[in-house]
Design a binder for this molecule. Structure first.
Ligand SMILES: Cc1cc2nc3c(=O)[nH]c(=O)nc-3n(C[C@H](O)[C@H](O)[C@H](O)COP(=O)(O)OP(=O)(O)OC[C@H]3O[C@@H](n4cnc5c(N)ncnc54)[C@H](O)[C@@H]3O)c2cc1C
Length: 532
């Protein structure tokens, strides 16, 4: 982690002031409350900071312009990992920090995070075996691994994982990381932040921020009702991900010394290419790696690309070239060739990386950089550049290490040992928990019991409420998505749209027909019209 301390003048202070006066007149000053901290951005970093802050006794406001996790945090490769590849870039600190976090996160969220074994077939034309062995030795030892299994070599001619690979791949390596439901990790942090008193406002966009003597005055717009409100906070944390620079320059109107490098990464989902629970990591001739990960029982998730991007981060799509790249990279290894027509779902995310001047997008640091705007007599602002899903909790702790001089009564860090909502059981007890749920709610099909437990954990019982039969679950919208769950997501997890429900809070969209999705959309519309 790098901390940058900058001092910056208001870029367009006089313009800003004129504009501000007009805005202030129009905006409704909702409350005189001055929050200790306001956070812009409801991705993993913003929600992680909000949870940490609220649990340390601070009053917290979080503004998210869209849905929670609607930015990069739902478009990752869904791994809690050290990043074997980063060892080659000498990012030992980042890898060690991330490896340590794997087991911390697994312990606090064993419902949405689980161990994943990765198979790395040895490609004779690429990295030599000795290099991979050294890399895996470091990977096994750097993070003080306790819960996860160590790496070992495998004979691909004998092991089932070799059966789907081309015959020239005879030897490989296997090591541990974890997989995660990235979007749910974000939401659970927000739920816990709220349980600790944070105000989480989704569909609420920061339009303009202005530094007053001892606080920030923030003007935000409810993007659904159009209502504009003002909020005040003593400290501002800018966790706007790919929009981090835009927030500084266009919303706060300050100069920044740091810049974000936007690097797009895309994934494709195809019908499953193998029938076991291990994932593959494939080396490519361009020095990059791609993953092929078992996904939602029926599919294989393949990614990712690294494409420099300019323009609006909101408009990132998977390009035809990226789909071709991913299909070709997978076809280099699997016996069963895939083609663009096989793609069932695809998504692109933007890495909001700190621009460290590297030429190649794949070489830029994945570590986070915090930029602290600390000017005598003015309230502070801290901006988050880069980072990983894996390091979000550590990042939040570091944020408070930097901000504690403004927070004299700050309580100590606490998030490493406190389970996220629904995660209050031991990772080894997952199967026992699912069996217990099935016993108590026998009308749930086994695969549904597993799906909902892996989403809500011990809170599944709360989600199911007093349901005693399938009928008590209400309308079935398709696959195993019932009204009961949809209402829970609306009432407890800020879900509003079909996309929130079937692509972020769950992945039920993969199993639903266009007709079923349309029916859910209509149901949501009529529910909204009735203002339920
Ligand atoms: C392809 C890809 C694969 C990855 N794979 C992994 C992986 O396997 N493991 C891993 O650890 N990491 C991975 N990462 C990295 C990780 O996903 C990101 O570092 C992380 O999600 C960034 O989170 P964030 O909260 O900073 O940004 P975001 O999730 O983008 O959140 C920022 C939020 O700010 C909101 N916002 C912006 N402007 C405003 C405003 N004016 N007002 C209110 N809200 C605003 C946005 O709507 C957005 O929701 C991957 C990244 C990519 C792109």
């Amino acid at each position: 982690m790098i901390l940058l301390i900058v001092q910056s003048a208001n870029k367009k202070s006089s313009n800003n002031l004129d504009k501000w006066i007009i805005v202030t007149k129009e905006a409704k000053l909702l409350q005189e409350k001055v929050y200790d901290i306001a956070i812009i951005g409801g991705g993993v970093n913003g929600c992680g900071v909000a949870r940490d802050a609220a649990g340390r006794g601070l009053s917290v406001l979080l503004l998210e312009k869209n849905d929670l996790a609607s930015g990069t945090s739902s478009a990752s490769s869904k791994m809690v990992h050290g990043g074997l590849r980063y060892l080659e870039q000498y990012e030992f600190m980042l890898v060690a920090k991330a490896l340590k976090e794997r087991e911390v996160l697994l312990s606090i969220a064993p419902h949405i995070i689980s161990p994943l074994r990765l198979v790395l077939p040895h490609h004779k034309a690429l990295r030599p075996k000795w290099m991979i062995r050294i890399g895996l030795f470091l990977y096994d030892t750097l993070g003080g691994r306790k819960l996860l299994d160590p790496s070992h070599q495998i004979d691909l001619r004998k092991d089932v994982v070799g059966k789907v690979l081309k015959p020239e791949f005879t030897h490989g390596f296997e090591y541990s990381d974890c997989k995660v439901d990235d979007a749910r990790l974000v939401v659970l942090n927000a739920v816990d932040a709220r349980q600790h008193g944070a105000d989480i406002k989704t569909r609420c966009e920061l339009k303009q921020g202005f530094r007053e003597k001892d606080h920030w005055r923030l003007q935000a717009k409810d993007v659904i009702s159009g209502q504009e409100n003002e909020y005040k906070a003593r400290i501002l944390v800018n966790a706007a991900g790919p929009w981090v620079s835009e927030v500084v320059s266009d919303r706060i109107m300050l100069d920044t010394t740091s810049d974000v490098r936007l690097v797009k990464g895309s994934h494709i989902v195809v019908p499953k290419l193998f029938d076991h629970d291990r994932a593959y990591i494939f080396q490519n001739a361009d020095n990059r790696v791609i993953f092929a990960i078992p996904f939602q029982k029926e599919f294989t998730l393949i990614g990712t690309t690294d494409v420099d991007m300019t323009g609006n981060p909101g408009g990132a799509d998977v390009s035809k070239d990226e789909v071709d790249y991913l299909c070709n990279a997978a076809n280099e290894y699997f016996t069963k060739a895939i083609k663009p027509d096989d793609v069932i779902w695809e998504f692109a995310g933007i890495r909001p990386l700190f621009d460290d001047g590297e030429d190649a997008a794949s070489e830029i640091t994945r570590d986070y950089v915090l930029e602290l705007l600390d000017e005598q007599g003015a309230p502070p602002m801290l901006s988050v550049f880069g980072g990983k899903i894996t390091t979000y909790r550590k990042l939040a702790e570091t944020v408070f290490d930097e901000l504690k001089q403004w927070l004299p009564n700050l309580k100590p860090s606490w998030t490493a040992k406190s389970p996220l909502p629904g995660g209050d059981f031991l990772p080894d007890d997952l199967e026992k928990q699912i069996t217990g749920l099935q016993r108590d709610f026998p009308f749930l099909a086994p695969e549904t019991a597993r799906r909902v437990f892996e989403a809500y954990g011990t809170n599944t019982r709360q989600m199911l409420g007093g349901c005693k039969t399938q009928e008590d679950m209400g309308i079935c919208f398709g696959t195993d998505l019932y009204q009961r769950e949809v209402e829970y997501l609306i009432d407890r997890e800020w879900a509003i749209s079909v996309e929130d429900i079937i692509w972020r809070r769950s992945k039920t969209g993969l199993f639903m027909s266009a007709k079923e999705i349309a029916a859910l959309e209509n149901w949501l519309k009529s529910r909204n019209a009735l203002n339920l």
